[in-house]
Ligand binder design. Structure first.
Ligand SMILES: Nc1ncnc2c1ncn2[C@@H]1O[C@H](COP(=O)(O)OP(=O)(O)O)[C@@H](O)[C@H]1O
Ligand SMILES: [Mg+2]
Length: 494
């Protein structure tokens, strides 16, 4: 899920969760407070609570009414009124007024009650109307007016003291505000926690990774299963780390290769130089004291110098190919004709060494390839030279064969030589690699021939590989791109 989506959902949740949970909690607390209110006033709040109270208090009112009507001469018996309190609801009281004089006031109404706000006799005839004496937190539930025998006007007020309901109400509001704040803190806290966990944690991981890379440590793996922006960033980061590591390793390998190259060159140059030095010393010190000896010494020196010259040439060529500093002159070459020419050139030398060379062309029609004639010749010479060197049979054989697929022509050189061990096969195209471990063996060679051939073939856009059975022979195969009519010589050379 994207971070934007997460944020949106979290904002909606921050709104909805508090609202819904507040409504639910309010429903329960509301019920609790309603019950408390009902208990405080000894009524059930479900159906007409005021009427309920009035109804319950009616006994006291009736008693008072009867009492006043019966005892109109002698009204001042406080004990009677006090007695009636027990029939009244806990929070209701009565006020009895005769003309303008108050003859009884319930003790619960004695404080804070503004008596002159009470309605006049006969004013509050509509009994369903409830008068609020707001400033005093008292409510007149009902006013009962009647005349005594002597025409005195009697008003009995049934008054409800709302103080406790108000305090219950305020308590309810306070509890509600508390609950609301708690719900807001909990939901926001939790959502913030989860959000930060899903955003900050992966960011921290990423930061730690960056610090590791900064300190040169690339051997860790940054995994992320998240699909959001940070997850994507983590994956790109991991890719970057991997590439960086790869390129560092490659650089290290280049560095090692360079060192190895220098050591190989030194070794391979040292051998002929040592020999030349020794033979020259021999001549100088007069060891070559006969003309035959002298001739042998000089010939050896010459041979060693030739070896060195060749090695230096090959090295030079290889390093120029490696640096891609050699221009290739690609052209359209008819392969079969080209190979026949090469074979003719080689045949004389090979026959002298008792090696038969054959050529089988399996192509259906004349096949043109893209090649640099001179460089390709070098490849062929290297391969044939190897075969000659490593043929260990009385009669040598080199079979050249060409076939094709729709894009490439395959050229194969199969000999009946000593073959190459499985172990060595994968290395023979590496520079300086020679399967016969003794570098000074009579076969000679620098170990650069096949490395040069590989570079040249790759520069042609082809591949080169070897197949071999130890003792029965070696097959070196390379591919060349076929010439297509839409190839323009200028294009291939650029
Ligand atoms: N036709 C072959 N038969 C047997 N071994 C071969 C053949 N061609 C190449 N090799 C092995 O591959 C190695 C590398 O060949 P190359 O690069 O031409 O170096 P060099 O010929 O100078 O030794 C050789 O030393 C040899 O061991
Ligand atoms: Mg060779």
């Amino acid at each position: 899920m994207s971070i934007r989506r997460k944020l949106t959902i979290s904002y909606i949740a921050m709104l909805l969760i508090p609202i819904i949970s507040f409504i639910v909690v309010t429903f329960f607390t509301g019920t609790i407070f309603k019950n408390r209110l009902g208990n405080a006033y000894n009524v059930s709040l479900g159906e007409a609570p005021i009427e309920n109270i009035i109804e319950k208090d009616s006994r006291a009112i009736d008693n008072i009414k009867d009492y006043i009507l019966k005892n109109n001469k002698d009204l001042l018996k406080d004990e009677f009124f006090s007695e009636q309190e027990k029939y009244l609801n806990k929070h209701t009281g009565v006020i009895v007024r005769k003309n303008d004089e108050f003859i009884y006031i319930s003790p619960s109404l004695k404080n804070n009650f503004t008596y002159n706000l009470l309605p006049q006799f006969g004013k509050n005839t509509n009994n369903s109307k409830i008068d609020f004496l707001k400033q005093n937190k008292f409510v007149i539930l009902k006013q009962y007016d009647f005349y005594m025998e002597d025409e005195s006007k009697i008003s009995i007020f049934l008054v409800l003291n709302t103080t406790s309901s108000e305090s219950i109400f305020y308590e309810f509001i306070a509890v509600e505000i508390g609950i609301l704040i708690a719900i807001l803190i909990i939901t926001n806290g939790m959502l913030t926690f989860f959000m930060s966990k899903s955003i900050v944690k992966p960011l921290e991981k990423l930061k730690n990774g960056a610090v590791l890379i900064k300190n040169g440590n690339l051997d860790f793996k940054l995994s992320s299963s998240e699909n959001d922006e940070i997850g994507q960033l983590s994956r790109v980061f991991e890719e970057m780390r991997f590439k960086l590591k790869e390129s560092l390793e490659l650089q290290l390998q280049y560095e090692n290769n360079r060192k190895e190259l220098i050591s190989n060159i030194s070794h391979d140059l040292k051998t002929p130089v040592t020999a030349i030095k020794a033979y020259t010393e021999g001549i100088r010190d007069g060891i070559a004291d006969t003309p035959e000896k002298m001739e042998r010494y000089v010939n050896t020196i010459y041979r060693k110098a030739v070896d060195m010259d060749r090695l230096i040439d090959e090295l030079f060529l290889f390093s120029k190919l490696d640096l891609k500093k050699i221009p290739f002159n690609f052209e359209k070459v008819e392969l079969s004709d080209y190979l026949n020419d090469c074979i003719e050139e080689l045949r004389f030398d090979l026959e002298k060494k008792n090696i038969n060379i054959t050529f089988v062309n399996e192509l259906k029609e004349a096949s043109y390839v893209i090649a640099d004639r001179e460089k390709l010749k070098r490849v062929i010479m290297n391969i044939v030279e190897n075969s000659v060197k490593y043929i260990n049979k009385a009669v040598g054989k080199i079979d050249i064969r060409i076939n094709e697929n729709h894009e490439y022509v395959y050229v194969s050189f199969k000999d009946n030589g000593m073959g190459i061990s499985k172990k060595s096969l994968q290395y023979i195209f590496d520079r300086f690699y020679r399967a016969d471990s003794s570098r000074n063996s009579n076969t000679g060679g620098s170990g650069l021939g096949l490395a040069i051939s590989k570079k040249i073939i790759e520069e042609h856009g082809g591949k080169i590989w070897a197949e071999s059975d130890e003792n029965s022979g070696t097959d070196i195969i390379f591919t060349l791109k076929k010439w297509r009519d839409d190839c323009i010589e200028k294009d291939i050379n650029s």
